[in-house]
Design a protein around this ligand. Structure first.
Ligand SMILES: C[S@@+](CC[C@H](N)C(=O)[O-])C[C@H]1O[C@@H](n2cnc3c(N)ncnc32)[C@H](O)[C@@H]1O
Length: 240
């Protein structure tokens, strides 16, 4: 059976860094090869190697995060939730289903719903069919539903889910006002006593503030060590 593939995040950024690496390191080596040792041109060649190397390291760290680190960060976040196994979990911006399917594996008597608008810039080869194929590969397709939707206007009833999770998705909403309304939407669909668990590379303080405004108690706001760029994890509870 095929293995699940959780996709590469920000593929355009990684591609651009790869091209910059090739250009800078290639250009630096050519300048050194064609110029006299110690000349200004040779020194320029050496200087170009440094930014080239830093783009290479950054692109590599992002690739390793997408392939391996995110799975560790997922497990750590889901461990914090200590699910009973009968909940309904919503993954907002589920992409290939990293949190969606990780949660579904912990829900033998529950179900997991993923919503996404399938941006190709945010994740390579992003589409509902790939997420469903991953659910089959992980053996959880009987309790997973994938829907088209926008987090700024979630297609769900008020107080209809036990837990909302979201990984590296909310920062993709371009304006602060729209990110705030996404968090209000997330708060709206969580039942009293339910929880929200978010991983993101930016704006996590704003999410915490918006959740507090919606009456949630922030239980955890810290760094996860497994993802590059540096990523925070946030867990909040809606009081009964
Ligand atoms: C970097 S990917 C992360 C996907 C997945 N959560 C993961 O960690 O592998 C960001 C996801 O957010 C989705 N997304 C971006 N804006 C969205 C919006 N307004 N509503 C729903 N999903 C959105 C993208 O389509 C993409 O699947």
């Amino acid at each position: 059976m095929a293995r699940a593939n959780y996709g590469i995040d920000a593929p355009n950024v990684i591609r651009t860094m790869g091209l910059l690496t090739l250009g800078l390191i290639g250009g630096g080596l050519v300048l050194q090869a064609v110029s006299r040792t110690g000349s200004g041109t040779a020194r320029l060649g050496v200087t170009l190697l440094w930014p080239g190397a830093s783009f290479a390291v950054t692109a590599l760290l992002m690739l390793v995060s997408s392939r391996f680190g995110k799975q560790r960060a997922r497990d750590r976040l889901l461990d914090r939730l200590a699910l009973r196994g009968d909940e309904t979990v919503l993954d907002v911006g589920c992409g290939h289903g990293l949190l969606l399917l990780g949660a579904a594996k912990r829900l033998p008597r529950g179900n997991a719903v993923g919503i996404d608008l399938w941006s190709q810039a945010d994740q390579h080869a992003n589409r509902a069919a790939a997420t469903i194929a991953n659910a089959v590969a992980e053996g959880v397709s009987d309790r997973v539903t994938v829907r088209d939707g926008d987090m700024r206007q979630l297609p769900l009833e008020d107080a209809s889910v036990d837990v909302v999770v979201s990984s590296l998705a909310i920062h993709n909403v371009p304006s602060a006002a729209e990110r705030a309304s996404s968090i209000r939407e997330i708060a709206r669909v969580v039942r009293p006593g339910g929880r929200v668990a978010i991983l993101d590379i930016a704006h996590v303080g704003d999410y915490a503030r918006e959740l507090r405004k919606a009456g949630f108690i922030v239980e955890h706001n810290g760094i996860t060590p497994w993802i590059f760029p540096p990523t925070r994890e946030l867990v909040a509870r809606r009081p009964e």
